[in-house]
Design a protein around this ligand. Structure first.
Ligand code: ZN
Length: 380
């Protein structure tokens, strides 16, 4: 059955070429159209809750809104006893998708090019809703499972940092990677954010430059000494933002910069951040400047071992739907980083949500179908 909202554009002669379950396409188009940037996920959450409650699931919203300052908490939905596995997606999009006009092509779904489609991660949500409906309404899967829907994955990960499950839950599978189905991320970089402020001394740059201490010059000398870019096969570093100074005729009093170091090895991150700190401290001391240096984990690295039960379960589900299980390493962060850091083994599945965050976001119909099939296989 089709829903009542305005249908997506379907070109002449295209409809009969689509083998994908129209119900799945409907579920995706419907959920993609809700506005729900980070902290503003209410409309998505209300829709998901109504849908799952109609299937007889017990849905609970937690108090994560108080942590995010947004309008919505995480949702945890339980079927039967809840089982021992939670399947998850995030409800926020990095950019607004409320005005998105989806176009269903013979092989894929795109936006009209003026906005994101919302495929990251509404595609994951649609796959989970479809799998839950198949399992509970059509008897094609088990009756005991848990679904989780987080807030603020695109910004602070506050949702996955605070979401709570029953003690019986032993693993999490996220449907949230842009890789194509068959791939799954079982190893990820962690990332430390480094914030540096150099305090120099202001002075007239023409009349009394000798009295000044240039914060920009100190920062520049330190940056020139930093190891940046790809440091080794599993480590990168970047200075992403720099600000400083107040006028061309003033020796700059202050300069601040934001940098990051990523690696799959926490010790490697610590070591490089230590070198960053030493470079800035030495250059500040040499010039007589003061320094504030802060570093904190944005997200921790993780590895889900191939001997683990979760790894085996994901590989089995992928095989069941005819895909070759292909473990991958990711340099980006996701809810899986926070869940693993909190002690819940979590794997991020490739669902083919391609070109995430761009106006050219798309998903192949084949991948939409396979993602939903993997979700259902994980429930069987
Ligand atoms: Zn995502």
């Amino acid at each position: 059955m089709r829903f009542e909202w305005a249908p997506a554009e379907i070109g002449p002669g295209e409809e009969e070429q689509m083998a994908t379950d129209p119900r799945l396409i409907d579920l995706f188009l419907e959920v993609a159209r809700f506005e729900g940037t980070s902290g503003n996920e209410r409309a998505v959450a209300d829709h998901v809750r109504r849908f799952l409650e109609r299937l007889g699931m017990e849905v609970h919203e937690d108090d994560a809104a108080g942590l995010s300052g947004g309008n919505c908490g995480n949702l945890v939905a339980r079927a039967g006893s809840g089982g021992d596995l939670v399947l998850m997606s995030h409800m926020d999009t990095a950019r607004p998708s409320g005005q998105s006009r989806a176009i269903v092509h013979p092989d894929r779904i795109t936006s009209d090019g003026t906005t994101v489609l919302g495929v990251d991660d509404r595609a994951g949500i649609a796959m989970l809703l479809h799998a839950a409906e198949q399992a509970l309404r059509h008897g094609r899967g088990r009756k005991d499972f848990t679904l989780g829907f987080t807030i603020c994955e695109e910004t602070t990960l506050v949702g996955s940092n605070s979401i709570r499950f029953e003690p019986a839950i032993r693993g999490a599978v996220l449907l949230d990677s842009s890789l194509r189905p068959g791939n799954f991320i079982c190893r990820s970089y962690g990332c430390q954010h480094v914030l540096v402020t150099v305090h120099g001394r202001a002075s007239h740059s023409g009349i009394a430059p000798e009295k000044g201490i240039s914060a920009i010059a100190v920062a520049a000398k330190a940056i020139a000494r930093l190891p940046l870019g790809r440091i080794d096969a599993e480590t990168t570093a970047n200075v992403g933002i720099i600000r400083g100074g107040s006028a061309t005729n003033v020796v700059p009093e202050e300069a601040t910069l934001d940098a990051e170091v990523r690696s799959v090895h926490p010790a490697r991150v610590e070591e490089l951040v230590g070198r960053f700190r030493a470079c800035f401290e030495e250059e500040a001391a040499r010039a007589g400047a003061q320094l504030e240096f802060r570093a904190e984990w944005d997200f921790m690295p993780y590895t889900v071992d191939e001997t683990s039960a979760l790894f085996a379960r994901v590989a089995a589900a992928l095989s069941m739907v005819g895909l070759v299980p292909t473990p991958q390493v990711s340099a980006g962060g996701s809810d899986a980083n926070s869940l693993n850091a909190r002690g819940l083994p979590a794997i991020n599945l490739g669902i083919g949500a391609q070109n995430p965050h761009g106006n050219d976001e798309f998903i192949l119909l084949e991948d939409l179908e396979q993602g939903a099939a993997i979700a259902l296989a994980l429930l069987s």
